[in-house]
Design a protein around this ligand. Structure first.
Ligand SMILES: C[S@@+](CC[C@H](N)C(=O)[O-])C[C@H]1O[C@@H](n2cnc3c(N)ncnc32)[C@H](O)[C@@H]1O
Length: 567
C-alpha cells in the first residue's frame, strides 16, 4: 500500500503506492524499543534505550540508526537517545503508563497541519495504527499531525521549528493571508467553545439546549475547517451524552452512531472507543447516564420523525433541536391585521435559542436595505417586531456593577439578563424585580458574554417591561384571548361566559378584550371564569398593547410604553 521514500526537503516519508480509501488501516505496527518518560530518570532511560538497541537484530539496528535525529551526539549511546527523543511516538504499557516507542515505519511519517491520516496507539491490540482520514491518491504522501490539538498557524510554525527543526509548508500553512486568518479564527473559536463547554459542565445543572448549540457550532466549525475532522467523533459523543442524560434516546443514538462511525474511520473497528461505544450505541437505555439529569427530552430510540432521512437539512434541524425556520414575515392581510397577537407564536415571541445572534444577520428578523451586497455598504433593519418572554428565576446574580437576573424561557432555558442600560438596572422598579414575574424584552438578541454563558445584554431600558405574573399565567391569558377575543369568520365572536358565538356581543367596558351576550354571561365570566383577575391585569396598557400591536410589520422601532404605538 505504501513505500518509505526520500522526499525532497523532508528526508524520508511515506508514499501511497495505490489509492487508499478513507478509513483504511495503513499501518499496524509494534514498537521495537520503548521507554518510560525520560524526564523522570534521564540516565536510566538513556541506558535502557541503548540496551534495547544492542539487543536488536543487525537489520533492525541498522534501520534504527538511519532514523531521523535532530540532536548532536558523540557516541552510539547519545545517538540512540537523540534518535529516540527526535522521533519516538506515544504509547501506553499494559498498566496504562504513558511511554514512548520507536516504530520503524511509523516514525518515518512526516507532518502536515492538514494531515490526511491519523496516528493512534490502539490499546486493544497494543499496536501503533495509522488510518486514512480521506481518500489518499496513488503517489500522494501520507501525513500525520504531530500535535494533540489544533493550533493557529503562528503557534504551529513556531513549535514545529522548535521541537522538530523544520518550517511547515503544507497547504494550510501556505494559504493566502486572508484565508489563513479565517482558518486561525475558526481554530480559536473552536478552542473558545471548548473552554466555554468546560465552564458549562462544571455548573450544577447546565442548560442542555445551550450545550447542544455549543456542540452544533463546534461540529460546524470542524466541518468548515475540513470535512471528516478527527475532532468530530468526540463532539458527537459529547452531544450523545447530553441527549441521553435528558432522556432523549433517539437523538442520543444518532449522535453515538456518528461518533462511532468517525472513530471507526480514524482509529479502526478494533479500537477501544469503537468497541466500548459501539456497544453503547446499540444499548442506550442501559447507559448509566440515561435520564440522569432529567427526562425533559424523553424519546424512545426509534422516535426519529417519520420520513426524515439522514442526512438532510430537516434531519439536522430535528437532531440539533433547531427551532423550525419560519417564513419571512410578509405584509399582513387586512384580516391578519385584525387578529390579536398570540404570545405562543414563536416567530414573534421566540425562545432564547431562536433569537437572532448579535453578529448574525438572521433572515427571519432582518432584511437588507439599499439593495446592496451583504459585504458592501448596505445596511440591515428589522423586518418585524419581536419580543423575548421569560420568567425571572433569580433576581440577584451579582449586584456590584450592574443588575443581573436569571430568566427562564418557556422551553426551560435559563440565561443571564445583564443590565447595560444607563442606570445599570437601577431604573427598574425594585418591586417588579421579583422571582416569578415575567420580563418582555423587545428586539432581544443572543449575546455571547466574555466570561459567562450566552444571555441577553440589555442596553435600552425602554425595551424591557416586567409583568407581575408568571410566564405560565401570561401564556394562559393569551390562550383565553385567542379563544374569546379573536374575530371569527362572519364577524362573530365567542362569548366568554357561555361560549356561544354571535355577531352581537357586548365587550367588557374595562379591558375591551372580552365579549359577552348579556349581564348574566358577564357575571359568569367575572366570577367563575377568572375575568376578575384577567381584567385587573389588563388594566396595564402595556399588557393590552402586547395583544394589540401589529408585530408583523415594522415602520419604526417601538419601545415601552407600548400603548403609544397602537393605531
Ligand atoms: C518523525 S520524523 C519523520 C521522518 C523523517 N522525514 C525521516 O527522514 O526519517 C520527523 C522529522 O521529519 C521532518 N519533517 C516532518 N514533517 C516535515 C514537513 N512537513 N516538512 C519538512 N520536514 C518535515 C523533520 O525533519 C522532522 O524533524
Amino acid at each position: 500500500m505504501y513505500a518509505i521514500q526520500e522526499i525532497p526537503g523532508r528526508g524520508r516519508g511515506m508514499i501511497a503506492l495505490e489509492t487508499i480509501p478513507r478509513g483504511t488501516r495503513i499501518l499496524s505496527e509494534e514498537p521495537i524499543i520503548t521507554s518510560l518518560s525520560y524526564t523522570r530518570d534521564l540516565s536510566g532511560a538513556r541506558n535502557s534505550i541503548f540496551q534495547q538497541v544492542n539487543a536488536l537484530s543487525d537489520t533492525q539496528r541498522q534501520a534504527f540508526f538511519s532514523l531521523h535525529n535532530i540532536h548532536p551526539y558523540n557516541n552510539p549511546l547519545e545517538q540512540s537517545f537523540g534518535i529516540f527523543r527526535s522521533v519516538a511516538l506515544p504509547l501506553e504499557d499494559s498498566a496504562g503508563d504513558e511511554m514512548g516507542g520507536i516504530f520503524l515505519d511509523g516514525c518515518r511519517i512526516n507532518h502536515a497541519c492538514d494531515n490526511n491520516a491519523q496516528k493512534s496507539w490502539n490499546t486493544s491490540i497494543n499496536r501503533h495504527t495509522v488510518h486514512a482520514l480521506q481518500d489518499i491518491q496513488k503517489g500522494e504522501e501520507v501525513t500525520i499531525y504531530y500535535f494533540g490539538v489544533d493550533k493557529i498557524r503562528a503557534d504551529r510554525q513556531q513549535e514545529l521549528q522548535a521541537r522538530f527543526g523544520f518550517t511547515c509548508t503544507c497547504r494550510l500553512c501556505s494559504l493566502p493571508p486572508a484565508m489563513s486568518k479565517k482558518s486561525d479564527q475558526r481554530i480559536t473559536e473552536i478552542r473558545r467553545l471548548h473552554d466555554l463547554m468546560e465552564v458549562f459542565m462544571t455548573g450544577l445543572n447546565p442548560p442542555p439546549l445551550s450545550i447542544l448549540r455549543l456542540f452544533e457550532n463546534i461540529v460546524r466549525l470542524y466541518n468548515e475547517q475540513r470535512p471528516g475532522h478527527p475532532g468530530l467523533s468526540c463532539t458527537y459523543f459529547d452531544a450523545a451524552q447530553v441527549a441521553i442524560t435528558h432522556g432523549d434516546l433517539a437523538r442520543g443514538r444518532v449522535f453515538a452512531r456518528r461518533a462511532v462511525e468517525e472513530w471507526t474511520v480514524s482509529l479502526g473497528s478494533d479500537s477501544p472507543s469503537v468497541i466500548q461505544y459501539g456497544h453503547l450505541a446499540r444499548d442506550l437505555p442501559k447507559h448509566v447516564l440515561y435520564a440522569r439529569l432529567s427526562n425533559m427530552w424523553k424519546t424512545a430510540v426509534d422516535d426519529v420523525p417519520h420520513g426524515l432521512v439522514d442526512p438532510s437539512d430537516e434531519f439536522e434541524d430535528w437532531l440539533w433541536r433547531r427551532e423550525t425556520r419560519t417564513q419571512p414575515a410578509s405584509m399582513p392581510s387586512q384580516q391578519q391585521r385584525l387578529q390579536l397577537a398570540d404570545l405562543r407564536n414563536r416567530t414573534t415571541f421566540p425562545n432564547f435559542n431562536s433569537l437572532p445572534h448579535e453578529y448574525d444577520i438572521d433572515d427571519n428578523f432582518f432584511s437588507i436595505v439599499n439593495n446592496g451586497s451583504r459585504m458592501g455598504s448596505s445596511t440591515y433593519r428589522p423586518r418585524r417586531h419581536w419580543c423575548f418572554l421569560a420568567e425571572i428565576t433569580i433576581t440577584d446574580v451579582g449586584y456590584f456593577v450592574r443588575r443581573n437576573l436569571h430568566v427562564t424561557d418557556r422551553d426551560g432555558e435559563t440565561v443571564l439578563l445583564a443590565f447595560h442600560t444607563d442606570g445599570r438596572g437601577s431604573e427598574m422598579d425594585p418591586w417588579l424585580l421579583r422571582q416569578g414575574y415575567t420580563v418582555a424584552i423587545l428586539y432581544a438578541e443572543y449575546h455571547q458574554f466574555a466570561f459567562s454563558p450566552p444571555g441577553i445584554r440589555l442596553e435600552d431600558s425602554g425595551t424591557i417591561k416586567i409583568f407581575p405574573m408568571s410566564l405560565k399565567e401570561l401564556l394562559a391569558l393569551s390562550d383565553r384571548i385567542q379563544e374569546f377575543s379573536q374575530l371569527l369568520d362572519g364577524g362573530q365572536r365567542r362569548c366568554h361566559g357561555c361560549g356561544k358565538t354571535s355577531t352581537s356581543l357586548n365587550r367588557c367596558a374595562r379591558c375591551s378584550l372580552f365579549w359577552y351576550c348579556d349581564k348574566n354571561c358577564q357575571t359568569t365570566g367575572w366570577h367563575q371564569k377568572g375575568h376578575k383577575v384577567d381584567c385587573k391585569q389588563l388594566k396595564d396598557d402595556d399588557l393590552r398593547a402586547m395583544f394589540l400591536l401589529n408585530w408583523d410589520s415594522l415602520d419604526d422601532f417601538v419601545t415601552f410604553p407600548l400603548r403609544a404605538n397602537i393605531t
